[in-house]
Design a protein around this ligand. Structure first.
Ligand code: HEC
Length: 100
């Protein structure tokens, strides 16, 4: 639980940092948009398909609008319901969904 929130906070910090860097005018580096899975190195989209369609369709998922912390909390309730997701996978899915 605490570890998952630490991961989500890491994801949020990376997203915030990347966003802040992208807004600097004097940065010569090319635009680096945050892509899903960047923070954990896992493919959140693929994990969503694999892990979150076991019990219901993704329509149920896309009906929700949450930030990464909100998604982490929802994924926690799914784990309580029986979803087989590791902390890292949960963070990747939460990151992916928060960027949708
Ligand atoms: C072990 C079964 C199971 C798995 C796997 C599962 N869910 Fe669920 N989920 C449920 C049940 C049961 C409900 C409530 C009944 C319904 O809407 O079908 C639900 C509902 C939801 C809802 C609607 C809000 C709510 O809490 O009722 C969201 C959003 C959601 N799931 C997201 C996810 C995501 C994201 C994943 C992948 C990490 C996932 N679910 C995987 C069982 C599961």
């Amino acid at each position: 639980m605490a570890k998952r929130f630490a991961l989500v906070l890491l994801v949020l910090m990376l997203v915030a940092t990347a966003t802040a860097c992208g807004k600097k005018d004097d940065t010569p580096a090319p635009e680096a948009p945050v892509t899903p899975g960047e923070a954990t190195g896992l493919d959140g989209a693929a994990l969503l398909q694999e892990k979150c369609t076991v019990c219901h369709s993704l329509d149920v998922v896309y009906a929700e609008e949450q930030d990464a912390v909100g998604w982490a909390a929802i994924i926690d309730t799914m784990i309580a319901r029986g979803a087989q997701v590791t902390d890292e996978e949960a963070a990747a899915i939460a990151e992916y969904l928060s960027l949708q």
